[in-house]
Design a protein around this ligand. Structure first.
Ligand code: SF4
Ligand code: SF4
Length: 105
């Protein structure tokens, strides 16, 4: 079991209060607002933390770059993917890769 899988398992034993506090901490760490892909619409809607929340809800439709590989949360959470705002959360991308055996483009 890798770091991300362990984290997902631990989440089930975390209280709602602790989970909320963790999410706020993660949001403060997310560097998406510095990414050229992060639009004004996404900023206004305070869309962040796509690696856990999943794709942007109608604000991002063109990828210009991705800063996720340099985000402190990538090693902290054990993320293996990126471009989460367009491709979906880490959990969803892992599921797709497991189904198809390769990265979907
Ligand atoms: S890995 Fe990407 S989506 Fe996740 S918090 Fe960091 S910058 Fe945001
Ligand atoms: S998920 Fe990656 S591509 Fe999307 S805004 Fe965040 S850093 Fe940029």
């Amino acid at each position: 079991m890798d770091k991300f899988e362990q984290m997902m398992k631990d989440v089930k034993r975390t209280s709602p209060e602790e989970l909320k506090a963790d999410m706020e901490k993660f949001k403060g760490t997310c560097i998406c607002p510095k990414c050229p892909t992060h639009t004004t619409c996404a900023k206004n809607a305070q869309e962040l933390l796509f690696c856990l929340h999943g794709k942007s809800f109608m604000c991002i439709s063109e990828q210009k770059a991705c800063l996720c590989p340099t985000c402190p949360l990538t090693p902290e959470l054990g993320l293996k993917n990126n471009s989460f705002c367009m491709k979906g959360a880490e959990k969803a991308q892992r599921y797709e890769h497991a189904l198809w055996g390769t990265k979907m483009v």
